[in-house]
Design a protein around this ligand. Structure first.
Ligand code: PXG
Length: 445
């Protein structure tokens, strides 16, 4: 038998879990196991403290181990662990939707619940297509995403997404009729910009080119992350998002902001739409909605979109879409407790107050070996390293690993180190993250 066809058994205790977006064999040979979490810190299974520089995975905005969330979840489990929301309802779902509508950007006060960011994206894309059909424009089915975009891993999100590894393995299984804008990362003009880069608003005009190619009458929606996270933090140039909005308005195309990362305070306001003063038609969220405690996502819709569906006989279902766990009562309880914390502690705007010291801290790494760009906005930061010749991602991985060994968790995407700490971070902890990262970069070839 060909030895290479024999499955690799690395560690019998770790083999059964096929880990997501992970180098399984590398991880299982040298596992990094997190066992507990409190406030700004994780503890590893062997008892080491690790400062959380990425809010788990961009989701634990209020910090770890929040008692209020635990209590709300426990109480809901004891009261009613599950109830359907298909042709039935339960009060806490309506309470949460009303609550979210109050912090939503103007007009986006109709809320559809999902269980993840990927589901929120697929939901928003389907709503966009069905909305045009409901208005008698059923030929508008084309979707426009952007290079370097990340919109989760459903077939819809994968298709509008623009990260090559998330697409190339799945061949022709992409949605038909999808096109992509160019991305906005430009080292030549914008390297080491502090905050939003000034060059590049004109890149939004690319949308006019795609419209000229396909014709507006075939296009349902444009979806972008206002600030892209997964691709290694890609910022919108000043004026870019406004320009996209103008072009979409001109051609009756819906604009979707994917705020799975930027929603719930990451950029200093409740949503990036508010921070950039650009109002999209749909907003996708997840992550910070429940502080990461229970999986949940939500799509915020303009009322005009909801209203367009509320036509025809009243006994007909208006949108043939939903999940068993849409508005799961336990997730609703976690989300309400989370929103209480955000409101009570001013966390939805705390990133605005911290963004100047954060910016200074991350930009202090300029000039260190191999650092080719630094980007920041709100409480998001990225340090891009020059790849080792012929080994893309290797330097980034080494830096990530050494930071973890020294008690700081950051996120690595290729050779970019991304940071997005819980919004409860204190200035001393910002220093600690950046000092550790700086020391590691200095000593990494
Ligand atoms: N949209 C955006 C903008 C995201 O960032 C998703 C959709 C999908 O969400 P779910 O809940 O289905 O994973 C995301 C997820 C990283 C990283 O490395 C980012 C995400 C997930 C995992 C890792 O930055 N974002």
């Amino acid at each position: 038998m060909n030895a290479r066809l024999t499955p690799a058994v690395t560690n019998p205790e770790l083999d059964a879990f096929w880990m997501p977006f992970t180098a399984n064999r590398q991880f299982k040979a040298n596992p990094r196991l997190l066992a507990r979490a409190k406030g700004m810190y994780y503890s590893t299974a062997d008892g080491r403290e690790v400062l959380d520089g990425v809010a788990g995975l961009w989701c634990v905005n209020a910090g770890h181990g929040r008692r209020e969330i635990t209590e709300a979840v426990t109480k809901q489990l004891e009261t009613m662990e599950f109830a359907p929301t298909f042709q039935m309802g339960h009060p806490i779902a309506f309470e949460l939707a009303n609550r979210l509508a109050k912090i939503a950007p103007p007009g986006l006060d109709r809320i559809f619940f999902t269980n993840s960011g990927s589901e929120s994206v697929d939901t928003a894309l389907k709503i966009a297509i069905a909305y045009h059909r409901a208005r008698g424009a059923g030929q508008r089915t084309r979707l426009i995403g952007r290079e370097k975009g990340y919109h989760g891993v459903g077939f819809g999100g994968m298709s509008v997404g623009g990260m090559v590894n998330n697409r190339k393995f799945f061949g022709s299984s992409m949605l038909p009729g999808v096109d992509h804008l160019t991305h906005t990362l430009d080292h030549e003009h914008n390297a080491f910009s502090r905050g939003i880069p000034q060059w590049g608003a004109h890149l939004a005009n690319e949308l006019e080119r795609l419209i000229a190619l396909h014709d507006a009458s075939t296009i349902a929606a444009v979806i972008v992350e206002p600030v892209a996270g997964s691709a290694g933090v890609v910022l919108p140039p000043a004026g870019y998002l406004k320009r996209l909005r103008e072009i979409c308005d001109k051609h009756d195309i819906l604009l979707i902001f994917d705020e799975v990362i930027t929603g719930f305070g990451r950029v200093g306001k409740a949503f990036a739409a508010l921070a950039f003063d650009v109002t999209p038609d749909l907003i996708t969220t997840a992550k910070g909605l429940t502080n990461g405690a229970i999986p949940m996502g939500a799509v915020f819709s303009q009322r005009k979109i909801y209203d367009a569906f509320m036509q025809g006989p009243e006994n007909s279902i208006e949108l043939f879409h939903g999940y068993t766990y849409s508005a799961h009562p336990v997730a609703c309880a976690a989300a309400l407790a989370t929103q209480d914390i955000y409101a009570k502690e001013g966390l939805l705007t705390r990133a605005a107050a911290l963004s100047a010291p954060w910016e200074n801290a991350v930009h202090s790494l300029r000039g260190l070996p191999h650092v080719i760009d630094i980007r920041n906005y709100g409480l998001i930061g990225a340090v891009e390293l020059e790849p080792r010749p012929g080994k893309p991602g290797a330097r980034g991985f080494d830096v990530f690993l050494k930071c973890f060994e020294r008690g700081v968790m950051v996120r690595q995407t290729g050779d970019t180190i991304a940071m997005a700490p819980p919004l409860v971070i204190e200035p001393k902890q910002i220093e600690r993250i950046v000092e550790t990262l700086g020391a590691v970069i200095r000593e990494t070839d």
